[in-house]
Design a protein around this ligand. Sequence first.
Ligand SMILES: NC(=O)C1=CN([C@@H]2O[C@H](COP(=O)(O)OP(=O)(O)OC[C@H]3O[C@@H](n4cnc5c(N)ncnc54)[C@H](O)[C@@H]3O)[C@@H](O)[C@H]2O)C=CC1
Ligand SMILES: Nc1nc(O)c(N)c(N[C@@H]2O[C@H](COP(=O)(O)O)[C@@H](O)[C@H]2O)n1
Length: 275
Amino acid sequence: MSLATRDALEFPDSDRVFLEPHLPAQDTPQIDMPFTTLTFATSLDSSLALSPGARTVLSGPQSKAMTHYLRSRHDGILIGVGTALADDPGLNCRISGVGGYGKDGLDGQPRPVVIDSTARWDFSEDSKLFQLCRQGRGRAPWIITALAEPPAEKKALLERYGGKFISLQMKIAENGKYIIDWKALLVTLRTNGLQSVMIEGGGQVINSLLAPASMSLIDSVIVTIAPTWLGRGGVVVSPDRRFDEGGNPMSAARLKNVKWYPFGEDVVLCGQIKN
Ligand SMILES: NC(=O)C1=CN([C@@H]2O[C@H](COP(=O)(O)OP(=O)(O)OC[C@H]3O[C@@H](n4cnc5c(N)ncnc54)[C@H](O)[C@@H]3O)[C@@H](O)[C@H]2O)C=CC1
Ligand SMILES: Nc1nc(O)c(N)c(N[C@@H]2O[C@H](COP(=O)(O)O)[C@@H](O)[C@H]2O)n1
C-alpha cells in the first residue's frame, strides 16, 4: 500500500446508497445558490463539543468515514472561526480514491470556507490546513470577512496557497457583533464557483442558520447522533425559540421527510427543513 493511501478512510458503496437522496445531484447545475447541506455530529444532549475550545470526538469510525464521504460530495465545507480556533481542523476529504489519497490532483477535495468577520484567526504555515495544502491533500481556505481591507500579511499567506479573503458587507448587532446575511453569503459562494456547500458548525453558525430568516436556505440536513451525554457547559445546538401569533412558544425548526439510519454505535438522521 502506498504512503498516499495508507491513512485513507474506506466508505463502502453499500453505505453510500442511503445517503444519495440527501446529497446534491451530481449532474444538475445549481444556478443562483449552491446546494446547502447542514451536517454535524451531536451528543444526546445536543452538544457539539465539551466546551467552545475543546476538540471533541463524537462520531464513531463509520460515521466519521461518512462525514469524509460527504466532504467528497460537496464543493465547499463551511465553519465559523470559533471552530477554526478550537480545532485547527484539516477540513479535507480523506476517503480512499480522492485527490491526495490514491489519486493525483485535488479531485474530491472541498474548499474550506471560514466565517471570520474580523479576521481574528491567527493561522500560519503550521496550521493543519496549510500542511495539507503542501502535501497536495487539501485546498487553501476562503475566509469570509466584514473587513474591506483584511490584514496584508494574512492575505499574502492565504494567496500563496491559493486561498483568499472574501469581503462581505455584514450588519452589526446591538452587542457589536457582525451578523452575516446567509443568502448573500451563499450567492457569493456560488458566484465564486461552488455548486454545493456543507455547513459543519460550530454552534453559533448552526444556531444562526436555523433562524427563521435563513433556515429555508438549507436543502438537506444530515446529523450524526452519538450515544453519549457531554453534560452541561458544552457547545449546544439550540436555536432561538419562536413564538406563535398568540405569544406561545413553538418549536424553532422541524424536519420533514425524515429517515434514520443506524450506523455503528451512532445513528444518522437525514431530512429537510419543514417550511
Ligand atoms: N461535532 C461537530 O460536528 C462539530 C463541532 N464543532 C465544535 O464547535 C465548537 C465551536 O463552536 P462555536 O464556539 O459556536 O463557534 P463557531 O464555529 O460557530 O464560530 C463562531 C464565530 O463564527 C462567526 N459567526 C458565526 N455565525 C455568524 C453569523 N451568523 N454572522 C457572523 N459571524 C458569524 C463569528 O465570528 C463567531 O464568533 C468547537 O469546539 C468545535 O469543535 C464544530 C463543528 C462541528
Ligand atoms: N462529523 C464530526 N464528528 C465529530 O465527532 C466531530 N468532532 C466533528 N467535527 C468537525 O470536523 C472538524 C475536524 O475535521 P478534521 O478531522 O480536522 O478534518 C471539526 O473542526 C468540526 O468541524 N465532525
